[in-house]
Design a protein around this ligand. Structure first.
Ligand SMILES: *Cc1c(COP(=O)(O)O)cnc(C)c1O
Ligand code: SF4
Length: 354
């Protein structure tokens, strides 16, 4: 992706990307932030806030502001690993994580509409270097050569900040592989840059069915008339929509907020899929919510909201063991770690950190 300029002939979503805030300095006009301190953070981990998301921020340390405004705590907690899930070592081609035998996660884009401060991939998102066409070709060749791969998940970064033509080229190549039965896109765009979801895009995506989309929504304030409309456009084209919410301190670690979010998602035809325990990744420790609290939140859902609105609570196991449902995968506790069994029966350690 090239650097964006204001160009009134560009589509509205491109203009919104160009009008996004990428430096703490631009924020100081509207919010009381420590520009110098935050600039250091933003140099380590990039920031971007779309105009749509900015309009949702009421306080800099409120549930929306916290997710996208850099925080000095991101530079502490250096003992945590930048890549706790060993994604890099499980990538036979850079950017293609092949952890589960039957599906692969393909990072086709480094940029995002907004840079979440809690991002698992904060070590690498936002780099100005685009994912090269050569790497994408290598990834496609790898998938082609492995008949056991039945699903490919496009992730990033955020695949939906790519131009339609580039995105469709990749998806069409994957669709042409006989053994790849389903395609999936992981994105935050419908909630962060809703203008991006055009009828044209939705129609193109629907030509590749079965194609699924999982969207990240973390707080009920993110469900606006614009994001609702974006989801409607996708759902009307028959794209099943799921939600992957990250459990975040100061954002949604509140039973009432969570219930409201899940019910609102259901209303906009987005089925809650995962509630993620935060990964123990360097730079995000200040968002940590203990597993015990997550389990308590889950227990507060059954019978109080429709079952269709209840997600699976999962932890992605440090060391690359994959996702494990909580609390049923917990096999014990040892000092400050929780012992958790993965799908292959191997036991992994998750640091409680509380
Ligand atoms: C999360 C993830 C997937 C998808 O897992 P599902 O449980 O099918 O949603 C695939 N590959 C990797 C590497 C992942 O982290
Ligand atoms: S949209 Fe996804 S990949 Fe991008 S910063 Fe947020 S969590 Fe990370």
């Amino acid at each position: 992706m090239t650097l964006l300029m204001f160009d009134t002939s560009a589509p509205p979503w491109r203009q919104a990307m160009a009008a996004s805030i990428t430096a703490p300095d631009d924020l100081s006009q509207t919010l009381p932030v420590d520009v110098q301190g935050l600039t250091r953070v933003a140099q380590a981990y990039p920031m971007r806030i779309t105009p749509h998301f900015l309009a949702l921020i009421r306080e800099h340390d409120g549930p929306i502001g916290k997710q996208v405004i850099p925080h000095p705590d991101e530079l502490s907690g250096q003992s945590l690993l930048p890549d706790p899930l060993c994604e890099e070592s499980q990538s036979p081609v850079p950017g293609l994580i092949h952890r589960y035998p039957h599906h692969a996660l393909f990072q086709v884009e480094n940029q995002c509409a907004v840079y979440c401060r809690h991002c698992l991939r904060k070590r690498k998102v936002g780099g100005m270097k685009a994912v090269s066409t050569d790497l994408i070709e290598q990834g496609i060749e790898y998938i082609k050569a492995r008949p056991e791969i039945r699903e490919v998940v496009l992730s990033g970064g955020d695949p939906l900040v790519m131009e339609d033509s580039r995105l469709m080229l990749i998806l069409e190549k994957l669709r042409a592989i006989n053994h790849v039965k389903t395609l999936r896109i992981h994105t935050r765009v419908p909630g962060a840059l809703p203008q991006r979801i055009t009828q044209d895009l939705a129609k193109s995506l629907a030509s590749l069915h079965p194609l699924y989309m999982n969207i990240q929504f973390n707080h009920p304030l993110e469900i606006t008339s614009e994001s609702e409309e974006a989801c409607r456009i996708l759902a009307d084209r028959g794209i099943p929509l799921g939600c992957q919410t990250v459990l975040l301190k100061g954002v949604n670690d509140d039973g009432k907020v969570l219930r409201q979010l899940l019910e609102e998602l259901l209303r906009i035809r987005v089925r809650p899929y995962y509630l993620h325990q935060l990964d123990r990744v360097r730079g995000a420790a200040h968002f940590h919510v203990p597993i015990s609290q997550g389990v308590a939140f889950m227990q507060g859902l059954r019978g109080r909201i429709p079952g269709t609105a209840i997600p699976n609570y999962v932890v992605d196991l440090p060391g690359g063991g994959g996702k494990a449902p909580l609390p049923e995968s917990i096999v014990g506790h040892e000092g400050n770690t929780v012992l958790i069994r993965n799908f292959e029966g191997k036991v992994f350690r998750y640091e409680k950190g509380d």
